[in-house]
Design a protein around this ligand. Structure first.
Ligand code: NAI
Length: 400
């Protein structure tokens, strides 16, 4: 029997996964995209074309791969009931919509994968799946396996780089039985790279999410801004200064301290994979960072970041102003920092720098998650903090 793979989404990552998975023998791949008219458009494109992946491998060689998913649809009922494994490959703000639409159709022993999950993915999944979570498995990856972008919608995507390895957690329901271990199946679908690195517990993966990077850099850059429009969009990473690097480093320290505090309070819990952001750059971007003597230099000299700019919108006078509705704040705060703050609060760890960044960002977003140093703002329920789903103690977090 063929493995039934469902890819949810229609963006860069969804194109890559749909293409790669369709290359596997013994697999049948469907795509579910609920956004606008993407399903119709993608279906039409593939009538007389294949989906091409132009890949640059880590040894510098290039390759082209061609395949075609079996079906692209916006109707969950036509694809979810058969799926053995369902990948969510959409920005975190879209997870709720997908999970809500697919939940009632999911069969027993299905694996649901957040690729990437982003912080709070499991809390949201468990809440929306309800009782069904017992018969399913939920996995979340710390990031997307590739740096990628669509070149032509529906039929051509470029993989600029494969991550060497990628951390992932798995929560398997007590009544879920899988015919093969979930990570073996996912590795087979992804191919050789990245190598999946199993992380001992899902809270660690939540604390490893890379949503910590953007908000402190945004805060460092724009909290001192005088409101004047700018002639050019500033460089996001190559332009990082001492203040921004120091803010990010301190937020990362607070996340690592949270992990350590949990380890001390729970026997058997291993948080060694929650590492400081500078150590992460040294490990994950070994070949791209040319100067890793400190965090500022590591970001300024990371080739993977070349030319990336601050999110800006036109000011009307031919100049630019910052766009605070971009996902660097709109996604990475409610589905990132606020979740980590929630875990820190449960672990009893103070996070003054994270609080400062969240307080500034929520002002720009017109939201209220934090009041002083406590997560009790009126918009907390729309974030994925554990408290939004009634997790208030370490027992709540670890007895799922
Ligand atoms: P993307 O930006 O290509 O996603 C766009 C897709 O999301 C759309 O095609 C549509 O299917 C869906 N979408 C957009 N607006 C929507 C709405 N209002 N309602 C419902 N669906 C909507 O995302 P991409 O690049 O595939 O990234 C997926 C995740 O991976 C994100 O969390 C991103 O931060 C992360 N990531 C992406 C990397 C990349 O190289 N593309 C690298 C590392 C992480």
């Amino acid at each position: 029997k063929k493995v039934q793979i469902l890819v949810c989404g229609g963006g860069n990552g969804a194109h890559c996964l749909a293409g790669l998975a369709s290359l596997r023998p013994n697999a049948e791949v469907s795509v579910l995209t609920l956004y606008a008219d993407e399903a119709e458009r993608w279906t039409k494109v593939l009538v007389d074309k294949k989906l091409k992946i132009s890949a640059t491998y880590n040894d510098g060689t290039n390759g082209e791969l061609e395949s075609r998913p079996k079906l692209i649809t916006k109707d969950p009922a036509s694809v979810v009931p058969n799926a053995d494994i369902i990948f969510m490959v959409v920005p975190a703000f879209a997870h709720q919509q997908y999970l809500t639409e697919i939940a009632k159709h999911i069969k027993d022993n299905t694996v649901i994968v957040g690729l990437p999950g982003q912080a709070g993915f499991e809390f949201q999944c468990l809440s929306i799946l309800g009782n069904k979570a017992k018969t399913c498995a939920v996995s979340s990856f710390e990031s997307l396996p590739w740096a990628c972008r669509i070149l032509e919608f529906g039929c051509h995507v470029q993989i600029l780089g494969f991550k060497e390895s990628l951390g992932a957690a798995l929560l398997q329901g007590s009544q879920c039985t899988l015919s093969a271990p979930a990570f073996d199946t996912i590795q087979w679908i992804l191919g050789e790279k990245p190598k999946i690195k199993p992380i001992q517990n899902y809270i660690a993966v939540n604390l490893m999410a890379k949503s910590i990077i953007h908000p402190p850099l945004m805060y460092g850059q724009w909290s001192k801004w005088n409101g004047q429009s700018l002639d050019e969009k500033p460089l996001f990473y190559q332009g990082v200064d001492d203040l921004q690097a120091s803010l990010l480093s301190k937020v990362s320290d607070e996340v690592v301290a949270t992990a350590k505090a949990i380890e001390q309070q729970r026997s058997g819990i291993d948080m060694k994979d929650v590492i400081h952001i500078l150590d992460w750059y040294k490990e994950y971007y070994r070949y791209q960072v040319t100067d890793s003597s400190n965090l500022m230099k590591a970001m300024q000299t990371n080739k993977a970041y070349d030319g990336l700019l601050h999110p800006m919108k036109p000011a009307g006078d031919g100049k630019y102003v910052p766009d605070f509705s971009y996902r660097y704040t709109a996604e990475d705060v409610p589905f990132g920092l606020v979740v980590m703050k929630g875990i820190a609060q449960i672990a009893g760890v103070a996070t003054p720098v994270m609080d400062e960044v969240i307080t500034w960002a929520q002002g720009k977003l017109g939201k209220e998650y934090l009041v002083g140093s406590e997560l009790k703002g009126k918009d907390l329920p729309s974030s994925r903090a554990p408290q939004s789903y009634n997790f208030h103690t370490l027992d709540d977090l670890f007895n799922v």
